[in-house]
Design a protein around this ligand. Structure first.
Ligand SMILES: [Zn+2]
Ligand SMILES: [Zn+2]
Length: 368
């Protein structure tokens, strides 16, 4: 069947821009690299721009402006607004508005990058087509009070072209004449925009497709360490959708989340404050709740499929399930009464939660 494209809704500016960036990044930049190689100056500038623009999206556009996970002084807001614009992902105001709708309507029609409309739609399709009528910016009234945000909203394209493309070319020219200018434009400009954009797009597509759901299975968001490496720590998307205001996405101490570490460091030097953290008890309660639901689903599947499982293993699952049901009840009550529970007890319950999921997955014919 022929693919029907609704041409009247195509956003031609976005489409042509993304096509041009892809061609420059995937064809022109590699040819340039093959012919002239990469010197330390252009390589260093590329690394700086990737980190500065990528983190301005994750730390600035996402955790600061969209979720208000912490408060930031003007130098941090200014830096993330300038370099965030250089990712060519729209103004912070528009980005936050889309993103807040994504969280409010995840997996439903009003979710701008709804994964239920297909992987490609969530990854890039939603940028290539206009939503008509255009949704109002009625969910970012708080950001409208920030003068820097509003200034960037009016000038983001200018900043993007000036700081994101022309400045690297100018620095390249200063370093190595015309050849340097071309390297600055192609590698630090186009290739870097392509890399950072794809990393952001992965969050909307792959982070709703691959990985585990330890905190909630009520929406498609998933946790994946691999994705965390590709997205400056945003790969722990299941936790993020369950606790969207927490400044951490990788909540475990060992989780790869450079955005969390950068925010923590900025707090230490007084540039950001009021870091929001969900209490440990609350997180464990969500994990226990999800583990119990997971076990219920797996046991129902086994029962339905008539798969035979070892009696002893099944009994062990049921025994652990009962222990955890009591712990879940005790933890819920402690949270309601604001009572303390020792770290040792919390650690034991966390271990048992993990063990229950492992044991039932070992039973199940198709572990999820
Ligand atoms: Zn999401
Ligand atoms: Zn978010």
């Amino acid at each position: 069947m022929a693919l029907k494209i609704p041409y009247s809704r195509v956003d031609w500016i976005n489409t042509i821009f993304l096509l041009a960036i892809s061609l420059l990044a995937l064809v022109a930049a590699p040819i340039h690299l093959f012919r002239h190689g990469l010197d330390w100056f252009i390589g260093g500038l590329f690394a700086f721009y990737v980190i500065a623009t990528g983190m301005s999206i994750t730390l600035g556009y996402h955790r600061l402006f969209s979720h208000l996970s912490f408060k930031a002084k003007w130098p941090v807001r200014l830096f993330t607004l300038v370099f965030g614009a250089c990712a060519f992902e729209n103004s912070a105001l528009n980005w936050a508005s889309d993103h807040r709708r994504h969280h409010k309507h995840t997996d439903h029609d009003d979710d701008p990058y709804n994964i239920q409309q297909g992987f490609l739609w969530a990854h890039i399709g939603w940028i290539l087509f206009k939503v008509l009528p255009e949704p109002p910016l009625d969910n970012v009234a708080d950001l409208r009070r920030d003068r820097l945000v509003m200034l960037q909203h009016r000038t983001d394209k200018l900043i993007a072209v000036g700081v994101g493309l022309i400045l690297p070319a100018a620095l390249g020219y200063w370093w190595n004449g015309t050849e340097g200018a071309l390297a600055g434009f192609l590698i630090v400009g186009a290739l870097r925009v392509f890399v950072v954009q794809q990393c952001t797009f992965f969050i909307n597509s792959l982070c709703h497709t691959i990985g585990r759901q330890p905190y909630s299975s009520t929406c498609s968001a998933r946790d994946s360490t691999l994705m965390a490496f590709l997205t400056f720590g945003e790969g722990y998307h299941n936790f993020h959708h369950r606790f969207q205001h927490d400044y951490r996405n990788g909540v475990k101490a060992w989780a790869f989340d450079p955005t969390k570490w950068a925010t923590w460091c900025l707090a230490k030097v007084g540039l950001v404050s009021g870091l929001r953290r969900v209490p440990e008890h609350q997180i464990l309660l969500a994990e226990m709740d999800e583990a119990r639901k997971h076990v219920g689903r797996q046991l129902a599947d086994i029962h339905q499929s008539g798969t035979s499982v070892c009696d002893n293993a099944l009994q062990a699952v049921h025994a652990l399930e009962e222990t955890l049901a009591l712990a879940y009840h005790e933890l819920g009550e402690a949270i309601d009464r604001k009572a303390e529970i020792s770290r040792r007890t919390l650690a034991r319950w966390r271990r048992q939660t993990r063990e229950l999921v492992e044991r039932v997955s070992a039973l199940a014919p198709t572990p999820t």
